[in-house]
Design a binder for this molecule. Structure first.
Ligand code: CA
Length: 230
């Protein structure tokens, strides 16, 4: 299940930045540029979480928050409020608008994504992505277990992280260097060909029993989890 995030913000550049970063992390994103559009969007296609700017034309973010809290069908809808540094954030805390969390501008997109995940985890544990699915592959992040067609696949911690990274970005091709950074970390002194060795082992474990190869090698580019699992 893909969590749906509604971004309510009148600054188009910020909307696009948030859209890009949230979609990159696997969320579905819709946007509204003012308060009326936001309320209409919520009525039409209820999101799992709203990122709501305080300073909006027509109806303020504070008022939208209050309206949503008054309605039974949106009372529990998680809201993260965006506020400008300074008086608004103090004011909004004082007024207890009912938002679940606040993020003060300027913020980094990764900080916002982390807050979104945290609020979703609290509000809707089922949406917090405790597992990843890809075709017949299922990765249980809490139990650190992987199955393919229900059969357990045994992976080393490194291969598990490698597969998790692929499953979070299915179909995308990553170079050895990108995989090194993402899975081993920037500081790790690991040779690019180490990646090849781990890919080989991961592939062998995944394809055990003569199953279709799920990892695609892109000549001179890198590796991807194949975008067509069936
Ligand atoms: Ca604004």
């Amino acid at each position: 299940m893909t969590p749906h995030i509604l971004v309510v913000e009148d600054e188009a550049a910020l909307v696009e930045l948030l859209r890009y970063n949230l979609e990159e992390e696997g969320f579905r994103v819709s946007a509204a540029a003012d308060g009326e559009a936001a309320l209409a969007a919520v009525a039409e296609d209820k999101p799992d979480l709203i990122v709501l700017d305080l300073m909006l034309p027509l109806i303020s973010g504070l008022e939208i928050c209050r309206q949503l809290r008054r309605r039974p069908e949106t009372r529990g809808l998680p809201i993260i409020m965006l506020t400008a540094r300074g008086e608004e954030s103090d004011r909004i805390r004082g007024l207890d608008s009912g938002a679940d969390d606040y993020v003060t501008k300027p913020f980094s997109p990764s900080e916002l994504v982390a807050r979104v995940r945290a609020v979703l985890r609290r509000a809707r544990p089922a949406l917090a992505q405790d597992s990843l699915g890809y075709g017949e592959l299922v990765m249980d992040l809490a139990k650190r277990r992987v199955t393919r067609e229900g059969r357990a696949i045994h992976l080393s911690p490194t291969e598990f992280r490698l597969l998790q990274y692929f499953m979070e970005h299915p179909g995308r091709v990553f170079s050895r260097e990108q995989l090194l950074d993402a899975v081993w970390g920037l500081d790790a002194e690991v040779e690019p060909r180490t990646v090849d060795a781990h890919i080989r082992r991961l592939r062998k474990a995944l394809n055990d029993g003569g199953k279709a190869d799920l990892i695609r090698t892109e000549r001179a580019a890198g590796y991807a989890l194949d975008s067509k699992p069936y």
